[in-house]
Design a protein around this ligand. Structure first.
Ligand code: HEM
Ligand code: SF4
Ligand code: SF4
Length: 509
């Protein structure tokens, strides 16, 4: 499995490099796939509400009302119809990519299983909503979808009477099933929204909105497509005639041609097996859970910064239990904590300067304490002499593999699970105590932190916009923030070399 994931990561990173070049790191659509899913959902919902105003929900007049929208009112309802169609197709594309990407980047195992597991039924909902939508146009494609779907459903041993009988010819046609489809097409998306909300429940500050330039650009692209290539119907349905040639929507209806070669019952079985495999992937193989963050109340002042910064909603603030004068204290949920350490970077008591008593902050990772991090820093820094010595704080996920000490003379690497674990006081400490001439923080690409928010919070802390701030006395010319995707070794090394050259220049001043 690890090999497959590695190959997929390589494929994604090379493909995404092109998009990064075109859109910039911040607006790279690949790092916003989940948010784009939400965005397309809202476009589909808004256009759907508009279409509903003009849509006739009876089977006899449905087609005519869609034709009116497409041709008579092409400038408004027609465009809305096309937007509705294309945003639904785009939703499928981004969600499929989202699934592959979350899998490849291993954001589903261990305590992160929840989003994956709740995503699996979402996939089913997308298809139910999409397929029922095709039905409503009541053109020849709808006729094909209605007949194929009902015949396929009839292979399940749940319906007393074959429901496909409703669509055998125009005399058996009843509005009952059609009305049911209208109902499903309206209430399906509402349930889907509920499930989308559940899907991101374990994420604090879930990224459900793409950045504005990406949102505007995507909408414009859909609009242009809608005007140049409007969605149209395929001739009125007529149950007495078998449609000769149909244009299928491969985003939603790709499985239908399979029904010609695979018996319906067998196809259900394949889908069922596929869904089960998808659902168990978070445990293939099971992740070894790292210990969760631990709270040390003796050193906690209840400031709640750890609560604010935890990306996985693993911290709750509860009334104080130790009789200290503070109102609240943090409690870590072992079930939700992914051991990213970002809460440690947020804690104002995690400062390496402290001399009195043992160095123990209000919250920390038992497997990588702040005291051991300080020791690692001092030890690593001691290995370098000469001009422009740099300490690189590199995250395990995207940076450590890129910066080998052997090929970065003058630099030394201290690894962290996430750069968000680094309290800004460590930069001050490193420079002030002469452990290095410069500090490089090397983490994941913007918007694509493996631990969701580590690089974003770090950038804000270093820019003195988020607590705990980097102290004013730190010369920020001696600090380099390097956000790059996985595998960008050459770019990392180039950034480091340029930084060292700048440090040498600075020392000459
Ligand atoms: C309508 C469909 C979907 C939408 C709109 C959607 C949206 C999102 C959003 C907004 C996030 C949070 C991103 C962040 O804040 O960092 C997310 C995370 C995630 N989604 Fe989806 N998603 C959908 C379907 C799926 C499906 C079908 C799967 C897999 C079967 C899936 C798996 C995941 C995983 C594994 C994460 C990351 C969890 C983590 O970081 O711990 N999603 N999704
Ligand atoms: S280690 Fe990460 S997930 Fe766990 S409590 Fe701290 S910030 Fe939250
Ligand atoms: S950030 Fe530190 S001091 Fe503040 S509540 Fe959390 S553990 Fe306590």
């Amino acid at each position: 499995m690890a090999l497959i994931k590695r190959a997929m990561v390589r494929a994604f990173t090379s493909f995404e490099a092109v998009f990064e070049y075109a859109f910039g790191q911040r607006n790279n659509p690949f790092v916003w796939l989940g948010a784009l899913g939400w965005y397309f959902y809202w476009i589909v919902a808004a256009t759907g509400v508009y279409l509903y105003i003009f849509f006739d929900t009876g089977i006899t007049d449905a087609y005519a009302s869609v034709e009116y929208m497409t041709h008579e009112q092409w400038y408004a309802a027609g465009i809305m119809r096309s937007l509705h169609r294309y945003a639904s197709d785009a939703l499928v594309v981004v969600v499929v990519l989202h699934i592959f990407r979350e899998f490849a980047f291993d954001r589903l195992r261990g305590r992160r299983f929840f989003a994956w597991l709740t995503g699996v039924p979402l996939l089913g909902f997308i298809y139910i909503c999409g397929i029922s939508g095709y039905w409503l146009v009541w053109d020849q494609l709808a006729q094909y979808v209605a007949l194929a779907t009902t015949e396929w459903l009839d292979t399940l041993p749940v319906f007393g009477e074959p429901i496909a009988n409703n669509f055998l010819n125009s005399t058996t046609l009843g509005g009952r099933f059609f009305t049911l489809m209208v109902f499903i097409h309206i209430f399906g998306p509402l349930f889907m929204l509920l499930l989308m909300w559940v899907h991101v429940q374990r994420h604090s500050a879930a990224r459900v909105n793409p950045p504005r330039p990406l949102a505007i650009g995507t909408l414009l692209a859909l609009l242009v497509l809608s005007v140049v290539y409007p969605a149209v119907s395929q001739g009125p349905a007529n149950l007495d005639i078998v449609p000769a040639e149909l244009g299928l929507d491969w985003f939603y209806l790709a499985a239908y041609p399979l029904l010609d070669i695979v018996p319906g019952g067998q196809l259900w079985l394949y889908f069922f097996i596929g869904f089960v495999i998808l659902a168990v992937l978070p445990w293939a193989p099971p992740a070894k859970p790292a210990p969760a963050a631990e709270v040390h109340l003796d050193n906690c002042n209840g400031c709640a910064r750890c609560f604010d910064d935890c990306p996985f909603g693993a911290i709750t603030m509860v009334p104080r239990t130790d009789g200290e004068a503070y109102d609240v204290e943090p409690v870590v949920s072992v079930d939700n904590c992914t051991s990213c350490g970002i809460c440690v970077g947020a804690c104002p008591t995690a400062t390496p300067f402290r001399r009195a008593g043992p160095l123990q902050p209000g919250i920390e990772l038992p497997q990588l304490t702040i005291a051991s991090l300080r020791d690692a820093l001092v030890e690593a820094a001691g290995r370098r002499t000469g001009p422009a010595r740099v300490v690189v704080f590199a995250c395990d996920m995207s940076a450590v593999d890129c910066i080998e000490e052997s090929d970065t003379r003058g630099a030394t690497v201290v690894r962290l699970p996430c750069v968000g674990m680094l309290p800004p006081s460590f930069i001050d400490f490193t420079l002030k105590r002469g452990h290095a001439d410069g500090v490089m923080i090397a983490g994941c690409a913007e918007g694509d932190c493996h631990h969701r928010l580590g690089n974003e919070w770090t950038a804000e802390r270093m820019a003195r916009r988020r607590d705990p701030y980097l102290r004013q006395r730190v010369d920020t010319r001696r600090l380099l923030l390097s956000w790059l995707p996985r595998g960008a070794s050459a770019r990392r090394r180039r950034a480091l070399a340029e930084f060292r050259a700048a440090l040498k220049e600075l020392d000459r001043e």
